[in-house]
Every structure is written in structure tokens, then in C-alpha cells.
Ligand binder design. Structure first.
Ligand SMILES: Cc1ncc(COP(=O)(O)O)c(C=O)c1O
Length: 369
């Protein structure tokens, strides 16, 4: 059995003809950057997410940086986020000279605990970045309530959650800005790096568009300092084809998660929790292992069951942030505890019943011994 964590090849082969034809057309057109399909993708994403503007860019990391730059976030500013996320969430804050201010997670959902945000707000707070981790929406109502009360903009990091809904509304449409990653292993993945910023605010949209294009609206006239962050037309045609299948794939992910959870519910591992306000599109299927996570991982590797730790070290303890960090071990106990106990299993819409049953059987047999 050749089980993959995310089977990008199996998915490509299913849509090969359509994708190959579309890619070939772009090669023949010679319009490699910002071609017509880039604009069509933006329109389709606006429609899909119910937002006014979608600005394609080069990666999910860039999407976050563009959003922060458009809000003029820089040295001395503070941005509140979770320490239990991929590095890009806080890296983009720090790279602009601002300070990530962490708030611990809710232990069931692994997302930022809204009840702890108020205490972290200071005069220097310039934004809040909730992350919809593993494909499950953060609890947005209380987050927006605190943010609105203090007039602090909210940037949703939806890198792992395109198509996820919070109380029936698409994530990315709830805060001021939403940031998306189309990294190949994401639930809507390109065939290289790609990303998108979305917003319904006209002014912010215009500014992000300019910053992503060297601070320019008119060629060779630069009003702002910007960056080069555009989307290849090749990635846009691939994403347009895939977007048509996204809801069906997210549904499949949920069904697979349900199957895993049902079969693992009486075992030594804790299946993921689904909050009543979320749908959970299961970008990752992540278990909690109370004891012996490392031995369990070794065993899965021996059985050729791909797995991953998302994430082994919370950001407040990462070396990269140490120089400026005010944090130490023990500051965010729930994030630290999750980092020591979580493990993700293979998750993609093309996992077969045979593969799932093998994974489940192997897990049961590990904990029986
Ligand atoms: C939560 C989160 N934020 C941001 C990013 C950055 O996205 P990209 O890899 O497209 O730069 C990722 C991607 O891994 C992510 O998981």
C-alpha cells in the first residue's frame, strides 16, 4: 500500500487532461503573469467567499505580509495571535519590525482562546490574527466583538481553511482581511507557491493591490514602497479547475474524518473536536495522544503510515523569535501541551476505504500491546 499524507499526484491524474490542456493554453498565450485567468480566479474567489475583492499573490506568507503592510504595521507595534500555528503567522509580523503578542489556545479546538485576548490588548495593539487551524474556524464572534470594541482590525489566517464556514459564513469574510495559501498540499493547492488576500474594504484592497505590485498603480510610478508578489497564470488556471471541486473535496474530507473518528473513538487517542459554530474542512486530521506520542510516531513510520506533527514547537519557544522575545517556557501551557501531544494522520479526499482501514487497524494494534 502506498499511502500518502496528501496525494497530489493521485489528484492530478484524475483531472490530468483538463489541467494539461489549460496549462498548454497558457504556454501558448505567452501571458505568464497576471494573465486573464488570474483575474477570472479572483472573481470566482470573490463570489465563492462572498467578498468584494480578491488579490492574488505569490504565497500565503506574502498574503499575511501584504495585509500587515497595508495596515501600516511596523516597528513598535503589537499584533495579537496564537503561538500554536505555522511560523508564517508570526514571522510576517516580526519581519516588519512589529512584535507578535501571543494568546494561548482553547485546548479542544487548538485555536486562539477569545477569552484571553482582552488581557493582551495594549495601546500598541494594531491587529489581531486568529488562525483557522487544521481547517476549523476560530470562534470569530467573540473575537470580532473585542476587536470592534477596541477598533482593532482582524486579519484571518485562513491558509488552512478555504471553504470552511463559521456559523454558516465563509471564513475570510468575517474579519477586515482574509489570507489564503494555495501551497500544493493545501485543500485548494496550486502546483507551486501561490496565495491570495481577500477583503470587502475598498481602500485596503486598493492599497494591497499596489503593495503587491511595487507600490504602483501606473507602471513605473511608485506611490508606496511595495514588494513583488503576483500570481502566475499557470497557477491560476490550475486553481480555477480545482476550485470547481473544492466543496466536494471538503465534504469528502469531513466524511473521512468522521470515519476515522468513529473507528478510533474508543481507543487511547483522542479524535479531533468539532465546535458547534464550525464545519471543519479537515485540512489536517490531528489526533491527541496523551502519552508516548514519539513511540507512536516511530511505529507509524515503521508501518509506512505517513504522519506529521503540526507543530512540535510553539512559536514563543522557536529560536528565530528568541532575540526579541519576552516569552519563556510555561507561558502558554495549552499550546505547549498540544505541541507535545498532537499528531496528524494522512488526510486527502482520495484516501480509499482500504487505506483508512489499514491505518485504523494499525493504530488499534499499537495501543493493544
Ligand atoms: C497557518 C498558516 N499560515 C500561513 C501559511 C503560509 O502559507 P504559504 O506556505 O503559502 O506561504 C501557512 C502555510 O503553510 C499556514 O499553514
Amino acid at each position: 500500500m502506498n499511502i500518502q499524507m496528501v496525494d497530489v499526484k493521485r489528484q492530478y491524474l484524475k483531472y490530468k487532461k483538463e489541467i494539461d490542456d489549460a496549462v498548454l493554453k497558457v504556454l501558448e498565450s505567452g501571458q505568464f503573469i497576471n494573465g486573464p485567468d488570474v483575474h477570472k480566479l479572483a472573481e470566482e474567489m470573490q463570489h465563492y467567499l462572498g467578498v468584494k475583492h480578491a488579490i492574488p499573490c505569490a504565497s500565503g506568507t506574502d498574503a499575511l505580509q501584504l495585509a500587515l503592510m497595508a495596515l501600516n504595521i511596523g516597528p513598535g507595534d503589537e499584533v495579537i495571535t496564537t503561538p500554536f500555528t505555522f511560523v508564517a503567522t508570526a514571522e510576517t509580523i516580526a519581519i516588519l519590525g512589529a512584535n507578535p503578542v501571543y494568546v494561548d489556545i482553547d485546548e479542544k479546538t487548538y485555536n486562539i482562546d477569545p477569552g484571553l485576548i482582552q488581557k493582551a490588548i495594549t495601546k500598541k495593539t494594531k491587529a489581531i490574527i486568529p488562525v483557522h487551524l487544521y481547517g476549523q474556524s476560530a470562534d470569530m464572534d467573540p473575537i470580532m466583538q473585542i476587536a470592534n470594541q477596541h477598533k482593532i482590525p482582524v486579519i484571518e489566517d485562513a491558509a488552512q481553511a478555504v471553504g470552511e464556514k463559521y456559523r454558516g459564513k465563509p471564513v475570510c469574510s468575517l474579519g477586515l482581511v482574509g489570507c489564503i495559501s494555495f501551497f500544493p498540499s493545501k485543500n485548494l493547492g496550486a502546483y507551486g507557491d501561490a496565495g491570495m488576500v481577500v477583503t470587502s474594504d475598498d481602500k485596503i484592497a486598493e492599497k494591497i493591490r499596489m503593495i503587491a505590485n511595487h507600490g504602483s498603480k501606473v507602471r513605473y510610478y511608485h506611490e508606496l514602497l511595495g514588494v513583488n508578489s503576483r500570481l502566475d497564470t499557470l497557477q491560476a488556471v490550475i486553481l480555477r479547475i480545482k476550485l470547481r471541486h473544492l466543496d466536494e473535496w471538503n465534504k469528502k474530507r469531513r466524511e473521512i474524518a468522521q470515519y476515522y473518528s468513529e473507528k478510533l473513538k474508543n481507543s487511547a487517542v483522542t479524535p479531533p473536536y468539532i465546535a458547534n459554530y464550525a464545519q471543519h474542512i479537515f485540512h489536517q486530521y490531528t489526533l491527541l495522544v496523551n502519552e508516548g506520542r514519539d513511540e507512536f510516531q516511530k511505529y507509524l513510520n515503521e508501518k509506512r503510515i505517513p504522519n506529521a506533527i503540526h507543530y512540535p514547537i510553539p512559536l514563543h519557544l522557536q529560536d528565530a523569535f528568541k532575540k526579541h522575545s519576552r516569552y519563556k517556557k510555561g507561558d502558554f501551557p495549552k499550546s505547549e501541551s498540544a505541541a507535545a501531544r498532537v499528531i496528524s494522520l494522512p488526510m486527502h479526499p482520495d484516501l480509499t476505504r482500504e487505506e483508512l482501514d489499514y491505518i485504523i487497524e494499525m493504530i488499534h494494534s499499537f495501543f493493544k500491546n
